[in-house]
Design a protein around this ligand. Structure first.
Ligand code: CP
Ligand code: NVA
Length: 356
């Protein structure tokens, strides 16, 4: 039979909206099956066995940057799927020092059944994809962070009831039509993002508009804080640009917001720019006062991928009742587990069939 093409996932722009929906729904199913906090006594352990699609399989984690959530999610999820994740940091293997990407990836792909890669420049993971005989999943690159937005979607979906009362009044037939029927209980939201144009924001840009949500983004005016051209091209290809408003005014961005999101102002690798960035982002800190002055909806909730610094959000918001950040962090595990099951275990992420 002809060889199946190897599926890779570098950004959620690589998937259709139903495929994204499928991963999120599958995450929820896995969470319900496995999370001891959800069903401690209800199901006997043998009925809590999830898909064992990674049985006898190993996943290589090629991480050239630090990670807490993504790493823990991958390692614990692989175990639940019956397989093993091997953490290979930049000081552990020959890659990048004594060996090029092409040779390392061919060898790693000969022994492992999937590659979960956290890289510096996005071109590094594109190079891996060129030579990998097994699926490659992006664990964060300079441009994209797809698994983060899967977790954010699951978190919003689980908390849909928080947004429903006010939005029902504002709902119109156009947004109802655009909203995919697979997640009927999350209404179209206005999602504000304040801060840098980072990997996290970029996967929001190519995802939320396709689910009927409106994005309102505020970044400082300097060119370096605007959306990079390769990302904006993907945004336009998917028709997402019509549902995105971009401004330099954080108050304008939070107007009418159901959800306010931010990310660090100093991403990994940008430490040398710290002083300049702290200056340029003055006025962008997410606070109660800013969101109230800007006219965010009374029920607005807060998301952050973590790790967090107090510069971009104060303690009152971060640790307060609006914050969904810790359920969001917990959901990294279930969404990464679903992506591993479908991509590495079943090579089936591009199929619309329900997971088995
Ligand atoms: N949100 C996120 O990717 O966190 P880590 O860097 O801890 O993996
Ligand atoms: N934008 C951040 C995300 C960390 C999860 C970074 O790249 O460091």
């Amino acid at each position: 039979p002809p060889l199946r093409p190897v599926p890779h996932l570098l950004t959620l722009a690589d998937l259709t909206a139903p495929q994204i929906n499928r991963i999120v729904r599958h995450s929820l199913a896995l969470k319900k099956t496995c999370d001891p906090w959800l069903q401690p006594q209800v199901l006997p352990p043998r009925l809590r066995l999830p898909s064992q699609s990674l049985f006898n399989k190993s996943i290589a984690m090629l991480f050239t940057k630090r990670s807490t959530r993504t790493r823990l999610s991958a390692e614990t999820a692989s175990e639940l799927l019956g397989g093993r994740a091997l953490f290979l940091g930049k000081d552990d293997i020959q890659l990048g020092v004594n060996e090029n990407i092409r040779d390392s990836i061919r060898v790693i792909g000969g022994m492992c059944q999937g590659i979960f890669a956290r890289v510096g420049e996005h071109s590094e993971i594109e190079e891996m994809v060129k030579y990998s005989p097994v699926p490659v999943l992006n664990a964060l690159s300079s441009l994209w962070h797809p698994t983060q937005i899967l977790a954010d979607l699951l978190t919003l979906h689980e908390n849909a009831a928080l947004f429903r009362p006010l939005i029902a009044v504002e709902d119109d037939s156009e947004s109802k039509r655009k909203y995919p029927k697979h997640l009927p209980d999350l209404p179209p939201l206005t999602i504000a993002y304040l801060g840098d144009s980072t990997n996290v924001l970029h996967d929001m840009l190519v995802t939320y508009p396709r689910f009927g949500h409106t994005l309102q983004v505020a970044t400082p005016p300097a060119q370096q804080y605007q959306c990079p051209e390769p990302v904006w091209n993907r945004v336009k290809e998917l028709g997402c640009d019509t549902n995105i408003k971009w401004t330099a005014d954080p108050r304008e961005a939070v107007h009418n917001a159901d959800v306010v999101v931010t990310d660090t102002w100093i991403s990994m690798g940008q430490e040398a720019e710290k002083a300049q960035r702290l200056k340029d982002f003055q006025g962008y800190q997410v606070t109660e006062a800013l969101c109230s002055e800007g006219g965010a909806k009374p029920h607005w909730k807060f998301l952050h991928c973590l790790p967090r610094k107090p510069d971009e959000v104060d303690d009152e918001v971060f640790y307060g009742p609006r914050s969904l950040v810790f359920p969001e962090a917990d959901n990294r595990k279930w969404t990464i587990m679903a992506a591993f099951d479908l991509l590495f275990g079943k090579w089936d992420i591009a199929s619309d069939r329900p997971p088995h």
